[in-house]
Structures are given as structure tokens and as C-alpha cells.
Ligand binder design. Sequence first.
Ligand code: SAM
Ligand code: SF4
Length: 449
Amino acid sequence: MEKTSSAYKVHIETFGCQMNEYDTEVVRSLLKAKGFVFTEDRECADVILMNTCAIREHAHNKVYGHLADLKALKRQRTLVVGVLGCMAQNLKEEVTVTAPIVDVLVGPDSYRQLPDLLTRAIASQRTGDIKKGIAVDLSEYETYQDIMPERAAGVTAWIAIMRGCDNFCTFCVVPYTRGRERSRDPQGIIREAEHLAEQGYKQITLLGQNVNSYRFEDWDFARLITTVANVPGIKRVRFTSPHPKDFPPALLDAMAGHPHVCKHIHLPLQAGNDRVLKLMGRTYSRKGYFDLVEGIRRRSADIALTTDIICGFCTETEEEFLDTYRAVREVGYHAAFIFKYSERKNTIAARKYQDDVLERIKSDRVTRLVDLQKAISLQKNRCMIGQTVQVLVEGDAKRSSDQWMGRTDNNITVVWEKRATGTRPGDFTPVKISHVSATTLLGDEVPAP
Ligand code: SAM
Ligand code: SF4
């Protein structure tokens, strides 16, 4: 008997940012509606999909490594291989020519076509008349507004409120892989938030490449985040990633004044030197960024800031790097993602500037900055020893199912031993901190009086 699509098993692997994780949930929803089923076990999958990231060389190479693994699997049995996401969009020729095992290639704006393309690819393998399915066009309108993502059970969820990016920072491939910036209708976002609250989710993270540039008719980000934070049952709202250029005072006031908007901002700095910032096309100066930090802290002194930094951007000198180093020390971030500059095809920097900082110098700058950040994070976490923090219980700790893991309002991970207290994921639990590392607070649950 021939299999129908309802019997086809799909295994999806996701690389990269939270937006990709969210897109995988959208893809699962679209495929499920057409009768596909999912498996965690790639060995028994009829279809293996990779939702890819093109942001740095490292992410890109990882996908190529996985494709090489799949080659052997594909020799043994019938298997459809699909590449989704940013790599599909940016590297269509490369992926089909250098990775001929790829049957289906679908960019971030074309997921609605995926069920049909997979069905055709499966049929073509059966007849031996192999045809590639390619859908990589960018759209000015697609926001998957009507799709309810197929989420894993839990207490925290993401909602993409906008897609694409118009900023064209010179180092960044996103405007080319994800296309023009477009915001979703707020009514759909609010319905999704209400639906999540009904299902027991407690925390929502609003997602966008430029999340605070959100605009839909007379709705801006301040109005949207306040409305989502007012949805009954939703106790915490986060957002990522904002751009420092879009923080009007009304947004800072809205955030500081709402008990459900978390006291954490991920505020990418990228570089702390004005010449480098200008070369990156970031549109703010070091002073502008520091003024923003001051404005944020004036309104909420206890807010946690985290950031992204790129080391070794084209022509960055040691002295310019030291400006970034000093900026990181002065701001005192809770955590930072520190990257080596990685030249990406088609970007403005790849076309106009020379990637002339030596690899070993880039690595050395990353190491120095990582060491600095670790020391700052550890010092900040040490100040928490003896304090009791309110934690949203997310689930078992990674290392042991005898421990719980959760996060504070300002997004610091907390781990503690399970006790017979009836605590469950989704609860808000007081934990008294006794030990810390640079990344985690450890403590004991405070029994209810
Ligand atoms: N939209 C956010 C912003 O403007 O800050 C950032 C989104 S980007 C997907 C995530 C981070 O990847 C960036 O903040 C940047 O630090 C890093 N990144 C992007 N392109 C890079 C490149 N070519 N090399 C190294 N890091 C890069
Ligand atoms: Fe990339 Fe800049 Fe857009 Fe962020 S704002 S996604 S770094 S182009």
C-alpha cells in the first residue's frame, strides 16, 4: 500500500536565533495541517528538514557538516532532505550545486509552499523523476498572521510581531535573507497572546529583528507591549532584539511602569567606538548609546542589560577595540554575546570594506572581552547571594531532573533542588540564593509561611 502524506514522518533541526525556533513552530503547524507527522528520531524520518542560519560562517559550516552526514543516510534509503530559512534564501545556487542531496529549498517567506513541495519531492523520488523544489522569493507582506504556531508544551512562548529588517547594518546578512521590514496586525498578536494564556503559558517573548521598530497603523511598540502585558494570565513579557535607535521616552516609561514587562533589555552595542559604529552603519554614537543606558537606568535602577558585540570588524584598530572594552566595563552588562566579525556574502561590508583584521587578533579580542564579561557577570551574581528572588519555574534543570530551573524577572537562570513542596512549572517561587557562577544562581526554595 502506498503511503499518504499523513504517514510521512518529518524530523526538523533548527539552527540559529529565536526567530528561527519560532519559524520552526510555524512550519510544524503548516505541515501538521496537511497530515504530516513529526519524529525526534532522524533514523526513521521520511523527510529531514534543516531550518538554517546564515548570520556567521560558523552557523553556515555547521549546516554543511550536517548535510554531509545525511549523504550516507540518503544512500541507504529513500529520504527527502530540505533546507529552510536564511541559508536557503541566500545561497540557493551554492546549496543546490555543492549539496546536490538537497531536494527542497524554502526561504523564510515561502513556508506556505512547503507541504506541496515536500509531497511532490516524495512522489518524484518514488517515480525516479527527481525534481528539486525551490521557493525562495522574499515577500513584502508575509507575516504568517493566520498561522497558530505548533509549540512545544511549556510555560514560555514566542510571538513574532514583525519580520525582516530595513536597517542594512553593513556587516549583516538579515536584510538579504529575510527581506523588508513588516509588522503584524496587533489584533492577531493579541489573539495569539490570549490563546497562549488560556493554554497556561505565563511568559511571552515578542520577537523581531528590530522588535521596537514595530508599527502598524497607529500602533507602536509601546502600545503593543503594554496591551500584551495586560492580557489576563500573562505575567511576564520580554522582547528581543531591539535596536538602540528606537527607544522613545514613551517606550521607556511604558516599560518601567508595567509590572509584567520584565526588567531586562538586550541592547546590542556591537562596538564602543564611533568610527567603527559609523562603518557598521549602526546610526547611533557611543554617547547616544550611553545616554540611552542612563535614561533606562534612571527609570528602573534594577534593570539588567545584556548585549551583542562584534570584535575585529573591518579596519578596527587595537585602540578602537579598547573603546569597546571600556564601554563593556562602564555599562556593566549582566551578560554579552561576543562574536568575531565574519564576512557575509552580499553585505555592504563584503562589497565595500576589507576584512583585514587577522584571525588571531579577532580571536584574541574575543577572549579578552569574554574574560572581562565573565568577571563582571560573576561580580553581579555574587551581589545576589543571600537575597530571595521570585522565579518563574520553567522545568527540570539541564543537568539533573532532581533540580528545577527557572528565571528571575531580569532573565538570570536559577537552579535549585526539588523538594516535596508541590512546586510545578508555571509557578512563581521564591528562591534564596546561596551560590553563584557567572551564568547561574543556585539556592533553595523558600517554604511558604
Ligand atoms: N537586530 C539585532 C541588532 O540590530 O542588534 C541583531 C540581530 S543579529 C541576528 C544577532 C547578532 O549577530 C548581532 O547583534 C551581531 O552582533 C551578530 N552578527 C550579525 N552579523 C554578524 C557578522 N557578520 N559577524 C559577526 N557577528 C554578526
Ligand atoms: Fe542585522 Fe542591523 Fe537589521 Fe540587526 S538591525 S538584523 S544587525 S541589519
